[in-house]
Ligand binder design. Structure first.
Ligand SMILES: Cc1cc2nc3c(=O)[nH]c(=O)nc-3n(C[C@H](O)[C@H](O)[C@H](O)COP(=O)(O)OP(=O)(O)OC[C@H]3O[C@@H](n4cnc5c(N)ncnc54)[C@H](O)[C@@H]3O)c2cc1C
Length: 357
């Protein structure tokens, strides 16, 4: 039973389509038939891609893998009875379970955020929300959180809505915290050059219908607020009885198995890798996909699973929304149209693998 059509499970289905697992019935239980690929979402917002170019038809992918697709929401796991509960029907039994259900927005900490901000997560709900936003474009938009997703979304909105005021609210952490200084300063210059205002040095204390309140600085009037801060663990995981970290994400060992379980795996944003902290990034889930596929096959065939060894560094390419990108790897930074060409090529190749007939 695969729960969630996230970035790792699409690879598992792809591999099971190429090389079936004899004697096993595979079920994909996921909330949406079309799973968005996060790498292309800012490009969709900017108008560089159509929505369908960034969506993976997981129902079709499941069919190619000989798997049953249940488009429904998992609501709980009964580990003793080995069953997954769901919102729209009877619980389903499993022998082997894998969870790739992503994260939820981190809106609970800030008063008013849940009521007034548009969260970027979960990403399967993002496109309908953005469609509604862009149908009646606001004059002043704030994007709270200046990690990679917040930066890309602010720049994409700038490209899509040239007349709007776009403010990136970076708080005390600043723009792209944790990234190399050279990239941070290049991105800050790119934001300024594209007239994206940057609000820094003070954290959001409250979200109102009319804008943002801060700890020290004056309120910022806005017509729409997008919430791009860190990820929170989906609440339903708390009831599963699976081991969780302090933030509520599912703890997994080096083989991506839930701690203390031989029959449950978890990957991507919903998982917390015990051996070392990993960012909540699509690239991590993508890299875990082949290891997960191999380990599910191993356990199904009575063999021992193998370890996932995270890369120490990887290529990060940020879309600037206008057919240019900035990239960094091993501390080096490069940018321009060539960087966008590379990002576009990587993303299209990724999608071609899973969208294929
Ligand atoms: C705008 C934006 C741009 C981003 N760009 C990048 C980028 O360029 N590079 C990068 O590395 N990261 C990027 N990220 C981060 C990236 O989106 C996440 O880290 C990534 O999506 C995590 O993948 P995942 O497989 O864990 O989960 P997801 O991709 O979130 O997939 C979760 C799946 O589980 C399903 N699901 C959820 N709950 C349930 C349930 N209860 N029952 C059944 N199904 C369920 C969902 O429908 C979905 O199919 C971006 C994020 C945003 C918001």
């Amino acid at each position: 039973m695969l729960v969630g059509g996230g970035h790792a499970h699409v690879e598992v289905l792809h591999q099971f389509a190429a090389s079936p697992l004899p004697g096993w019935r595979i079920t994909l239980l996921t909330r949406e038939a079309m799973s968005p690929y996060s790498g292309m979402l800012p490009g969709v917002i900017a108008g560089l891609y159509r929505e369908d170019q960034a969506l993976i038809d997981v129902r079709a992918l499941a069919a190619r893998a000989g798997a049953e697709a249940l488009i429904d929401r998992a609501t709980g796991i009964d580990l003793a009875a080995k069953r997954v509960h769901r919102a729209g029907g009877e619980a389903r039994p499993f022998d082997l379970l894998s969870l790739d259900t992503g994260a939820t927005p981190d809106t609970a900490r800030i008063p008013g955020a849940a009521a007034h901000a548009l969260p970027l997560k979960p990403i399967d709900a993002l496109l309908p929300r953005l469609r509604a936003l862009l149908a009646a474009p606001p004059a002043r938009i704030g994007v709270v959180g200046a990690g990679a997703a917040g930066v890309e979304v602010a720049l994409a909105l700038r490209a899509r809505l040239p007349a709007a005021t776009v403010v990136l609210v970076a708080g005390t952490a600043g723009v792209l915290p944790g990234f190399p200084e050279t990239l941070r300063s290049r991105v800050t210059a790119a934001l300024a050059g594209r007239h994206v205002d940057c609000h820094q040095g003070d954290d959001v204390a409250e979200v109102f219908a009319e804008g943002l309140g801060f700890a020290r600085s004056p309120p910022l009037p806005l017509d729409a607020v997008l919430w791009a801060t860190g990820a929170a663990a989906p609440a339903w995981l708390a009831e599963t009885g699976l081991a969780r970290d302090r933030a509520g994400f599912l703890r997994v060992d080096d083989c991506l198995r839930a701690i203390g379980r031989d029959d449950v795996f978890a990957v991507g944003d919903c998982a917390s890798f015990d051996p070392l902290p990993l960012p909540k990034a699509g690239v991590v889930a993508v890299r875990q996909g082949p290891i997960l596929a191999r380990n599910l096959r191993a356990v199904a065939e009575g063999r021992a699973p193998g370890p996932y060894r995270p890369q120490k560094d990887w290529l990060v390419l940020l879309s600037l929304g206008d057919g240019r990108a900035l990239g960094t790897r091993n501390g080096l930074v490069a940018g321009g149209r060539a960087a966008w060409w590379l990002k576009d090529r990587i993303d299209r190749r990724f999608m071609a693998k899973y969208q294929g007939a």
